[in-house]
Design a protein around this ligand. Structure first.
Ligand SMILES: NC(=O)c1ccc[n+]([C@@H]2O[C@H](COP(=O)([O-])OP(=O)(O)OC[C@H]3O[C@@H](n4cnc5c(N)ncnc54)[C@H](O)[C@@H]3O)[C@@H](O)[C@H]2O)c1
Length: 269
């Protein structure tokens, strides 16, 4: 029976809602984050929802903290069945204004954090014939304007997931990648970028989502049960992706118009 899940970034937003969705099925959760108060709150909610588990502070930039977390899963839960590489931060700004430090920071967390998570847990997953769930974004597929570093990090997560899907098939390790559009969480708190006006625009997009983090967690649960590899929780996202596959130029033109509008807005302040 599979019933042990590890989640990074479990102290808030989508990570917390994924923990609660699986807790309702009685799973054991290994909850990790850089925010210890957030983790304590998630664990309490997990217990109220019918699950249990433990928390451990873990910065996904530090491989030794991820291997220590894998060790804790071995000692406390006897292994792991699903890992969810969810921890992430927001960023934005036009390419001409983003610094190389902005790039390093974004890639270190949103891309290398996922690479390190997969690597640290690989031997445990081989033993359980478990699953990897990587949280990417629609940004990986659409490449919206004024967020090139975020787009590249998330496209890397999709490419890594596709690579692992074929490489790990023989070991019977399942791989899933999730690409949500914007939804309301605390993601904006982590925003880093050179242009304050872009942060305000991203904030509006988060607020405008028709579905919540809890809806997305439930959708992920259903799609994993069906064995779906690429999970697109927003209906609009599914439509946009289908359109781009059919007629990419249409989407490139749309993005160029959006870039022009965003540049004009950010100049207004
Ligand atoms: N909210 C959206 O609109 C949206 C859209 C698409 C994808 N996503 C992705 O969903 C994932 C979850 O984000 P969220 O929206 O729930 O945001 P959130 O800020 O509410 O949660 C992210 C969590 O990650 C943690 N975190 C940040 N840096 C970390 C690090 N170095 N090591 C460990 N933990 C770290 C934070 O402390 C926080 O608890 C992210 O990967 C994000 O890119 C979010």
């Amino acid at each position: 029976m599979q019933n042990r899940m590890m989640i990074t970034g479990a102290g808030s937003g989508l990570g917390r809602e994924i923990a609660l969705r699986w807790a309702r099925e009685g799973w054991q959760l290994a909850l990790s984050d850089v925010s210890e108060p957030g983790l304590a709150q998630t664990l309490q909610l997990v217990r109220e929802a019918g699950g249990d588990g433990f928390t451990q502070r873990c910065d996904v930039r530090d491989y030794s903290q991820l291997t220590a977390l894998a060790q804790a899963c071995e000692e406390k839960l006897g292994g792991i069945d699903i890992i969810v590489n969810n921890a992430g931060v927001a960023s934005g700004g036009f390419f001409s204004e983003l610094s190389l430090e902005d790039w390093d920071w974004q890639i270190a967390i949103n891309l290398m954090g996922v690479v390190k998570g997969c690597k640290a847990f690989l031997s445990l997953l081989e033993r359980s014939q478990g699953k990897i769930v990587n949280i990417a974004s629609m940004a990986a597929l659409m490449q919206g304007p004024a967020m090139s570093n975020y787009n590249v990090a998330k496209a890397g997560v999709v490419a890594l997931s596709e690579s692992l899907l074929s490489e790990l098939k023989q070991q019977e390790i399942g791989v899933h990648v999730v690409c949500p559009s914007f939804f309301q969480t605390n993601l904006l708190d982590s925003f880093r970028g050179p242009t304050p006006a872009i942060k305000a625009q991203v904030g509006k997009l988060l607020e405008g989502s028709a579905i919540s983090a809890a809806d997305i967690a439930d959708y992920i649960y259903q799609e994993i049960a069906k064995g779906e590899f690429m999970i697109l929780p927003h209906e609009q996202g599914r439509m946009a992706w289908a359109l781009k596959q059919k007629n990419p130029q249409l989407l490139y033109d749309e993005m160029a118009t959006m870039a022009e509008k965003m540049r004009a807005k950010s100049k207004q302040g």
